[in-house]
Structures are given as structure tokens and as C-alpha cells.
Design a protein around this ligand. Structure first.
Ligand SMILES: [Cu+2]
Length: 556
């Protein structure tokens, strides 16, 4: 049973005691819900404390999971009557039977199936999907109730080709309104998954995607006004990948060696149901990494290069990704692409920050390792991007956190004819002098809600006006004490600078989501192309978006 500790209460901005804030939310809004945050915070204490080393992180993660379950079980000493049931001790304290945590890297990675078209013609591939409840074996023990495309999460992967249209008929087989946004796509306003363009339960809607844009890793997910957070958290998300001839000609790792990885953090109740809270301050933060719907999986690889399409599909969790093991504490990998496709050139890194909704395509060469080597993908960030003021950094230890994400096991020898060319693409931004205007976008907190330019989302209001085909600079200023990932619909952009400095090379290509650091300013340059109409831009911490940290742009 999916449990929502809804509306985490109004957290005074200056108060950064997250455990207290969330605990109030749970108590005030849903007395029968487990004190999830406290459980997560307790378990994450160990994870955070020992989490920076790979081996420490492994045991901490395992301990955190079982500790969480044990905490519930011991608090009341009662067992629920069924796997999905709740029990209380009469005083509002929930109790669950202890469920052993999964040791990390014991569950195999699952690759989402590729969706087959229902029909094709000379111009268009036609697909059908149904959003409906399902069950998923995300970890050992009870299956987890989810909601997903065709009842699975991630949903089936849609693979499209540049310039060839795709139509997806989405049928709502669920009990709540939904609307589906194809993240990063240049689409007509009526196919963009506008927050109030609902597909009612039982209804269907056809979304048309022209795919008139670069090859890259995109993703489709729910975008329902006020409810995107719980909807995506329950599983309404899938990959949408575009290929184009320019990329195909590069001989990058492809086919079975091109692997999408949807990484998200979750918080599990002891019966394996998902626990959700929409804490207005930090957003939903989990204590366990899930990759393609499986808790801390392992993946067998051969001695060759692989392309991994990394998507941070967390509701609100920014991560810093590192690969550890193989006799080196810092394993380097190559970043070849960002949100909007290939970079100019590969960028060798050992540490990659990735915020909610950001994508980075990386190439890892396992050919340099002996069979039997294990490399662990970890998250080294425990702050969740909450960095500023009022002891926020010191409160980091109370934020649910995790280290382990997944493990690559070099299990067999393999041949490798793929290459990573020194030149991949050309992502030169539009010259600043070509911009017709600079608009200021200011993130703040208005006393009750997150705001953009002092406003909260009103679907009846136009906040910015742009002209089709003209180039704009948006200067996004973050006056708050935490990082907000800014996402704009319709256009991909280039980052001009971050606090006056050029962006790091891995984020200098085309993007649709950018981290705006606490107290910082990011300037982006873009051109709205192909379509006029009403499009939103917003923070991609989904709980901020749901609390109306979103405005509308009229493209005319
Ligand atoms: Cu935000």
C-alpha cells in the first residue's frame, strides 16, 4: 500500500531541522503513517557517517535497511495481519513485522523492455501505453505496489529516430488524473503534458512527437498539477531515446552495450510498500537507491566499453556519482552526452553531479579490468543540495542518505570494436549578441511557498512572453539556501555561465535542466522553436513544483 505523509506542514524557511520538520508533517497529516522520516533519518545516520568509503557504504546501506524495518517492528511489538496492512499500537504508533534488508548488489539489474509499435506507416510509428497499477519485485520480500506505464516502472523504453514522428496513445487505467510530459522534447503545447491537460480515469489521449531534435536520452513522466511528485514516485516514468545518423556514425557502444539506468531514491515501509512525503523544504528524500526499479542491483559486464544513459529520476535528490573499486579509489569514466545529446568531446571525470531530471551519458571501459573485478557506482553527496545558512550543512547528517547505487561485475571476456571519438559533436551556443532580450528569473521563498519572481503557479496566468525563433538569455538567480534544478519546456538551452564562470565541460552542451546553486546565478541561452503556445518552466524538485514553484511562458 502506498502511503503518503502528505503536506509536510509549513516548514519555516529558517528552520533546517529536517527531522523535526518532517516528523511534524507525518504526525499532523497522517497519524497512521509510519514516522518514515525519523526511521530514514535514524538509518541514514550510519550511512552518512560511514558512507564515503565503498566498503563502509555497503554495510551501512544494508544495515540501514534492516535497521529501518527493525525500528518499526520494535516500536510497537505488533505485527500487521497481512503484508500490505497497517497495524498500530492504539497510540498511533505504527508497527510492522521486521523485514530483513537486502544486502547490496544481490538483485540483478533489470533493463526496461523496448516498446514495439502497434503500427507504422511512411511517416509515423504508433504506440500505445496504459497507465495502471502494478506490482514490482523491487527488493526481497513482499512485492511493491507501483503505478506505471503498462503497470511497470520504468515504463517500456520508446526508441525513436530523428525526423520520424511518433504518436503515443496514453490510456489512463488508474483512478487519478494524469498528464504525460516528454521531458526535453520540442512538441506542440497540446502534446507537452501541460499540468492541467488531464487524461481522466478511463480516458485516452494521443501525444504526437515530431522528434525533430538531436539524438539523446529523454524521458516521459507524469506532470499533473500539484501531484507530479507522488505520481512519479509511484513509478510513472520511462525512457524515450532518440537516435540520429550523426550519432550512429560514431561507432559508440550500442545495442546491448548501450544501457539506460534510471536512478531514484526511495523510502520503503517495512512491508516493502513505498513511503512518500512531500516535505516542502527538502522535497521527498529516500534512503535507498533504486536503479531501473530494483534496489541496489548488480550488473554483469564484459571486458569492453559500455555506454550508460544515466537519468536521475529522483523526486528531489541531487547526487554526486563516482565509480569506486578496481584497485583505485577514483575510477575515471568519460561523459559523452548531456540532456540534449552528445557533447563536443568526451570529458574524463571521476565525479559527476546529477540533479533530478538531468541526464548524462557516460562510457565506462571495463576492458582495463580483470574478470572478477567489481566497480561500485556510489553517491558521495549527503547534503541533498541543501548547503546554505542556518546550519543546513550541519543538518546534513539528518537527511536520509545512501551511498550504494549499483555494482558492475566484470564477469566475462568480451571483444570491443566500439570507439569513443575525440570529436563527438558541435554544441556551440548561440552568441550572446544574438539574444533579443535578457529575462531575470528569481527563485525565492515567499513565506508559505517556493516562488519564481515572487509568484506561484497559476495556470490561468502568463508570466513570460517569448517570440518563436528569437534567441533569449534567461538569468536565473537563486535567492534561497538550497540548489534548485531549473527545467524549461520546449527549448534546450546552453549554459552561458554559473556565477560568472563558464560551466564545467560536461554541462557545456545542450541541456534542459540545470542546477542553480544556493545563492547563485546561472545564465542560459535558448531559442524556442517549432511551436507556439503555453509552456511551463519550473523547479524539478517535484515537491517544489507541486508547491507551485512553476511559471508559464507564452511562445507567440
Ligand atoms: Cu526547487
Amino acid at each position: 500500500m502506498f502511503r503518503i505523509s502528505s503536506r509536510g506542514g509549513l516548514v519555516a524557511f529558517a528552520v533546517l531541522s529536517l527531522t523535526t520538520a518532517a516528523g511534524q508533517g507525518c504526525t499532523a497529516s497522517n497519524s497512521s503513517a509510519p514516522a518514515s522520516w525519523n526511521a530514514g533519518g535514524a538509518s541514514s545516520g550510519g550511512q552518512t557517517g560511514s558512507g564515503s568509503g565503498s566498503s563502509g557504504g555497503q554495510s551501512a546501506s544494508s544495515g540501514g535497511q534492516s535497521g529501518s524495518g527493525g525500528g518499526h517492528g520494535s516500536s510497537g511489538g505488533q505485527s500487521s495481519s497481512s503484508g500490505g496492512g497497517q497495524a498500530t499500537d492504539g497510540g498511533g504508533t505504527p508497527s510492522y513485522p521486521p523485514v530483513p534488508g537486502d544486502p547490496p548488489f544481490t538483485n540483478p539489474l533489470v533493463i526496461p523492455p523496448v516498446l514495439a509499435p502497434t503500427s507504422t506507416d511512411s511517416h509515423t510509428d504508433y504506440y500505445g501505453l496504459t497507465i495502471k497499477p502494478g506490482v514490482a519485485q523491487m527488493k526481497s520480500g513482499n512485492p511493491t505496489q507501483i503505478v506505471g506505464f503498462n503497470g511497470i516502472s520504468p515504463g517500456p523504453t520508446i526508441i525513436a529516430t530523428y525526423g520520424r514522428e511518433v504518436q503515443v496513445t496514453q490510456t489512463n487505467g488508474w483512478s487519478e488524473n494524469v498528464t504525460i510530459h516528454n521531458h526535453g522534447h520540442k512538441v506542440s503545447a497540446d502534446s507537452d503534458g501541460h499540468p492541467t491537460d488531464y487524461i481522466a480515469p478511463g480516458a485516452s489521449k494521443v501525444y504526437t512527437y515530431p522528434n525533430d531534435q538531436r539524438a539523446s536520452t529523454y524521458w516521459y513522466h507524469d506532470h499533473t498539477m500539484d501531484l507530479t511528485g507522488p505520481h512519479v514516485y509511484q513509478g510513472i516514468a520511462g525512457f524515450y531515446i532518440i537516435h540520429d545518423p550523426a550519432e550512429d556514425a560514431l561507432n559508440l557502444p550500442s545495442g546491448a552495450y548501450d544501457v539506460p539506468l534510471m536512478i531514484a531514491d526511495k523510502l520503503f515501509n517495512a512491508d516493502n510498500s513505498l513511503n512518500y512525503n512531500d516535505n516542502i523544504f527538502s522535497g521527498m528524500l529516500g534512503d535507498t537507491a533504486v536503479v531501473n526499479g530494483v534496489v541496489t542491483p548488480y550488473y554483469d559486464v564484459g571486458t569492453r566499453k559500455y555506454r550508460f544513459r544515466l537519468l536521475n529520476a529522483s523526486n528531489s535528490r541531487p547526487m554526486v556519482l563516482e565509480l569506486q573499486g578496481g584497485g583505485s579509489s577514483a575510477v575515471s569514466f568519460q561523459v559523452i552526452g548531456s540532456d540534449g545529446g552528445l557533447l563536443d568531446a568526451p570529458v574524463s571525470l571521476t565525479s559527476l553531479p546529477i540533479a533530478p531530471a538531468e541526464r548524462y551519458d557516460i562510457v565506462v571501459d571495463f576492458g582495463q579490468y580483470a574478470v572478477g573485478t567489481k566497480l561500485t557506482l556510489v553517491n558521495t553527496d549527503t547534503t541533498a543540495g541543501i548547503t546554505g545558512g542556518g546550519g543546513g550543512g550541519g543538518g546534513g547528517g539528518q537527511i536520509p542518505a545512501f551511498t550504494n547505487i549499483m555494482q558492475f561485475v566484470v564477469s566475462h571476456s568480451d571483444t570491443d570494436r566500439s570507439t569513443v571519438p575525440a570529436t563527438l559533436s558541435n554544441t556551440t551556443p548561440y552568441p550572446e549578441s544574438s539574444a533579443v532580450a535578457t529575462q531575470n528569473i528569481v527563485f525565492g521563498f515567499g513565506g508559505q511557498d517556493w516562488t519564481i519572481n515572487g509568484l506561484t503557479y497559476d495556470p490561468a496566468r502568463t508570466d513570460e512572453t517569448s517570440s518563436l525563433g528569437q534567441i533569449y538569455i534567461w538569468s536565473i538567480q537563486n535567492q534561497s539556501q538550497m540548489m534548485h534544478p531549473f527545467h524549461k519546456h520546449l527549448a534546450e538551452f546552453n549554459v552561458l555561465d554559473i556565477d560568472g564562470q563558464p560551466p564545467p565541460a560536461y554541462s557545456a552542451g545542450w541541456k534542459d535542466t540545470v542546477q542553480v546553486p544556493a545563492g547563485g546565478t546561472v545564465r542560459v541561452i535558448f531559442k524556442d522553436e517549432l511551436f507556439t503556445g503555453t509552456y511551463v518552466f519550473h523547479c524539478h524538485r517535484l515537491e517544489h513544483e507541486d508547491h507551485r514553484m512553476m511559471l508559464q511562458e507564452q511562445v507567440q
